[in-house]
Design a protein around this ligand. Structure first.
Ligand SMILES: Nc1ncnc2c1ncn2[C@@H]1O[C@H](COP(=O)(O)OP(=O)(O)OP(=O)(O)O)[C@@H](O)[C@H]1O
Ligand SMILES: [Mg+2]
Length: 356
């Protein structure tokens, strides 16, 4: 096959010897079968970003580490440099995810390197040595469907244990080799701890798998693995050998926010009722004083910068009250007998008994 222009630099640099053919053209990349010495590999050539929705990409980018603060600033703006950074982030994310997942024991193609925007990786083949089919291309018996479904749930757990959510898992992004399912296509993989959409994306991945395998055995649709896996992950209990049940019950300890809000509303209603039952206070002269409803205190706005000279002299308020509100009791004070002089208390010397 004639070498596609995007693969020429790799041939020139000796990364690959020749291009044998094209596997399939995806929405976002063209995948080629390539040879290096005796080894057959595959090369994924990414299409440019105009084939992707930048908006959609942004939901996936959240929580990804960027190289430096300049990149980070550029990403937040829609400049040409920002677009280029987002593009390069998108592509390198797949390489990083493949490396991390391969190390974590997830069934993904082994990555060999990333050269000039091309990912070179293991070519997944079937039992006959042909390029492996996608899940969507195979017909499954109910037993195989159940077994592959369990295997995919295990792969999702392994990915999450490595801190990654695939984010686009479907029958089109899983190949089937002689040993079973192999996960591919990870440029949108999200950082589970740093992305607010991670839980929803995990649920979508799990549901997509259940929906696909459920075609062959509808009982698979009953499982609730997504909630179970996420609850274990959030509580730090998820590990590669965890035993899952597929059943999820709201465990005690998981906060029921709706219940808490209801309890608060009940308490408020009760308080209002108690206040309304209180009898009004009868004042002299027949006036009634209704029980005072508690209101939060609202301080008047601070009068900053007031001149000292404007302030009232100390004791001004006290003087004012004595004049207008309180009766003058100086006559009562004058008639009272003078208090008896107080005997001084005996001196105690600490560390010694007092004399008797
Ligand atoms: N490592 C591999 N081994 C064998 N075939 C592969 C491999 N990687 C990709 N393919 C084939 O190439 C196709 C496109 O690859 P991939 O899904 O990674 O690209 P994409 O363009 O992002 O796809 P999509 O159309 O899902 O957006 C896959 O459906 C699969 O058939
Ligand atoms: Mg794909």
């Amino acid at each position: 096959m004639r070498t596609p222009p995007r693969l020429l630099p790799l041939v020139e640099d000796g990364v690959i010897d020749e291009v044998l053919g094209q596997v399939r053209s995806g929405k976002e990349a063209d995948v080629f079968i390539v040879r290096l010495g005796d080894e057959i590999r595959c090369a994924k050539v990414y299409k440019d970003s105009s084939h992707r929705s930048f908006k959609q990409a942004a939901a996936y980018q959240e929580g990804r580490r960027v190289q430096n603060s300049r990149s980070s600033r550029a990403l937040s703006k829609r400049t040409a440099f920002g677009q280029k950074e987002a593009e390069s982030n998108w592509i390198t994310a797949e390489v990083q995810a493949l490396k991390a997942l391969n190390t974590a024991g997830v069934r993904v193609p082994e990555p060999f390197g990333f050269f000039d925007g091309v990912l070179v990786m293991e070519l997944i083949v079937d039992a006959a040595g042909e390029v492996a089919p996608r899940l969507d291309d195979v017909e499954l018996s109910p037993e195989i469907a159940r077994s592959y479904h369990q295997e995919m749930v295990r792969q999702i757990v392994l990915m999450l244990c490595a801190g990654i959510v695939h984010g686009d898992l479907s029958e089109f992004n899983v190949l089937v080799d002689a040993r079973g399912p192999v996960v591919i296509d990870l440029p949108q993989a999200v950082n589970a701890a740093g992305n607010n959409n991670a839980q929803a994306m995990l649920a979508r991945d799990v549901d997509n798998m259940a929906r696909y395998f459920g075609r062959f055995d509808p009982a698979i649709l009953e499982f609730e693995y997504a909630k179970e896996i996420w609850a274990l992950y959030q509580n730090g209990l998820l590990h590669p050998h965890v035993e899952l049940t597929g059943v999820f019950q709201d465990a005690t300890g998981i906060i029921d926010v709706g219940g808490v809000m209801e309890a608060i509303a009940d308490a408020r209603r009760e308080h209002e009722e108690i206040l309304s039952r209180r009898a009004p206070v009868q004042l002299a002269g027949g006036a009634e004083l209704a029980p005072k409803k508690w209101e939060p205190r609202v301080d008047p706005p601070h009068q900053g910068g007031r001149d000292r000279a404007d302030r009232k002299p100390a004791g001004h308020d006290r003087e004012h009250r004595r004049d207008s509100t309180f009766p003058d009791r100086s006559d009562v004070r004058a008639a009272a007998p003078a208090p008896a002089p107080v005997e001084p208390a005996p001196k105690i010397q600490w560390g010694r008994r007092p004399y008797r």
